[in-house]
Design a protein around this ligand. Structure first.
Ligand code: BES
Ligand code: MN
Ligand code: ZN
Length: 501
């Protein structure tokens, strides 16, 4: 999608469709919407009076102008209540509005900058949210359909702004939003691909393309390298599959004078999770192609960071493998030794995410990261606790956790923290090894999983994001469409930017 800014009077601009907005309960529109209303002889006011336009969030009303102004149609988008207004409202409105226009076969549109006036937002954040909402809301994954029908694309969007002083800021925001949304779409693409295509090898190929395009350093470890480094837990998971495992490392060095500054982002890359010998039930197992969503979000975030080029060092790590029940698969009761020397009794081979992540975290420490976040579709339990609405956050350092939650603010990627009391660790005690890979009792499965991982943070600030509920969407709403969401790419990018020195 091509998005730009045009300095012009909205009533003069010539376009097939112009998007304006209205808050819930407003009787006579002001600002740019007001100017359009006047130019249309009060048509919007009249529809408000008649009760057709109410301004509710997600409401879309299309008015045909038949030549009365430069725009062929005016789309009045409801913003909802003004007290709930935020950048995320803008993002969702643009997603809904763009899909609405596309469904009417409109390939080019203009829009006002929502909320840069009375909404009280900075023009740059408005523009960023507009670009994100449009690109994410229009996202489709349809290259496996053998005929593509007569679907049009909404290919051009122009933000129309009268005030010259705002233009540069709007342009900056559009650029940033395009970068973050395209990165989220890369993550969505990877997670939507079926597991027969998005293998560990294929993930490493995507990472290589990103590294080449953005000038990142890349290192890919294969099975022998992992064995040499003592990554027994990661290798143990990979044993059941014919697909060769890959440990992907992407390095962005925006602050080379200060190598001690090094943010690690580590994403679970299980390209298909059958459960292994502790095999999963058949119903819904196809969804486990998305078990590499955390890894995809890391590759997406590294692409965005490589394009924005902030003054910070970031290391992205993705342990990628299938979890299959092949003849050489690990068994329940097997004991593996991880890279940091700790031994694990594998009680349940379906708790494989923590096994691949713990070696990746130990490797991150070896690579010198001084703080790290892991991102994983780790537990079904998080879907029970938080549903598909927010990502579970756990960690060992409240300041770092707060930084991460702040980075998610207003992105529409919602986070909620769970406790990490010492007592949750007791349930991992093993009779035969340093710990078991699952808790002895079934309660608090997301927390005991995080407790397992915390053993590999070794004294540096670490946070864990359980995205099992938020990595996929079953609804088409605002900036979300059905399938992979790309969560939490935009938060990871914000976290990296917040670490700039
Ligand atoms: N990949 C799954 C978790 C998951 C579940 C992701 C639902 C997305 C949707 C993970 O590897 C897993 O199987 N976890 C087990 C852990 C259990 C064996 C302790 C689970 O949650 O059942
Ligand atoms: Mn599993
Ligand atoms: Zn899994």
């Amino acid at each position: 999608m091509n998005i730009k800014v045009l300095q012009e009077d909205v009533t003069k601009v010539s376009t097939p469709a112009l998007i304006v907005n209205i808050f819930e309960g407003v009787k006579s529109p002001a600002g740019a919407t007001g100017a359009v209303d006047q130019a249309l002889g009060g048509a919007i006011t009249q529809l408000i009076d008649e009760g057709e336009i109410r301004g509710k969030a997600g409401e879309m009303t299309l008015i045909h102008t038949f030549g009365r102004i430069g725009a062929g149609r005016v789309l009045v988008a409801g913003l909802g209540k003004q007290k709930n207004f935020s950048a995320n409202t803008v993002r969702n409105v643009m997603g809904d509005a763009c899909r609405f226009l596309r469904s009417r076969n409109i390939s080019s549109a203009c829009t006002i900058a929502h909320g840069a006036g009375i909404g009280g937002l900075q023009p740059q954040s408005v523009a960023q949210a507009m670009a994100e909402g449009s690109i994410l809301g229009l996202y489709r994954f349809k290259h496996y359909f053998s005929s593509n029908g007569d679907d049009a694309e909404l290919a051009d969007l122009t933000v129309v702004e009268q005030e010259e002083a705002k233009v540069a800021e709007l342009q900056k925001g559009l650029r940033l939003g395009t970068i973050t949304a395209e990165a989220s779409c890369l993550a969505r693409d990877m997670a939507n691909e079926p597991a027969n295509v998005m293998t560990p090898t294929q993930m490493s190929e995507v990472a290589r393309r990103v590294a080449d395009a953005e000038g990142l350093e890349i290192e890919i470890l294969d099975r022998e390298d992992m064995e040499e480094k003592g990554m027994g837990a990661l290798v143990g998971v990979a044993r059941g599959s014919h697909q060769p495992p890959k440990l992907i490392v992407l390095k962005y060095r925006g602050n080379p004078d200060n190598p001690a500054d090094n943010l690690g982002i580590i994403g679970k890359g299980i390209t298909f999770d059958t459960g292994g010998i502790s095999i999963k039930p058949a119903a819904g197992m196809e969804r486990m192609k998305g078990d590499m969503s955390g890894g995809a979000s890391v590759i997406g975030a590294m692409q965005a960071i490589g394009r924005i080029r902030p003054r910070v060092n970031v290391t992205g790590i993705v342990p990628a493998t299938e979890n299959m029940p092949g003849g050489d698969a690990q068994r329940p009761g097997d004991i593996v030794q991880t890279m940091n020397g700790k031994t694990v009794e594998v009680i349940n081979t379906d708790a494989e995410g923590r096994l691949v992540l713990c070696d990746a975290m130990a490797y991150a420490r070896e690579l010198g990261v001084n703080r790290m976040v892991d991102i994983a579709t780790l537990t079904g339990a998080i879907v029970v606790s938080l549903g598909k609405i927010c990502t579970g956050v756990m960690g060992n350092d409240q300041e770092f956790i707060d930084q991460l939650i702040n980075a998610s603010e207003d992105t529409g990627e919602r986070f909620w923290q769970l406790p990490m009391f010492d007592e949750y660790r007791d349930t991992l005690e093993s009779t035969f090894a340093d710990m078991m890979n699952v808790g002895a009792d079934r309660g608090a499965g997301s927390i005991t999983a995080a407790k397992f991982l915390s053993e590999f943070a070794e004294g540096i600030p670490w946070a864990h994001l359980d995205i099992a509920g938020t990595a996929g969407s079953t609804a088409e709403k605002g900036f979300l469409v059905k399938g992979a969401t790309g969560v939490p790419v935009r938060t990871l990018v914000n976290l990296a930017l917040a670490g700039e020195s």
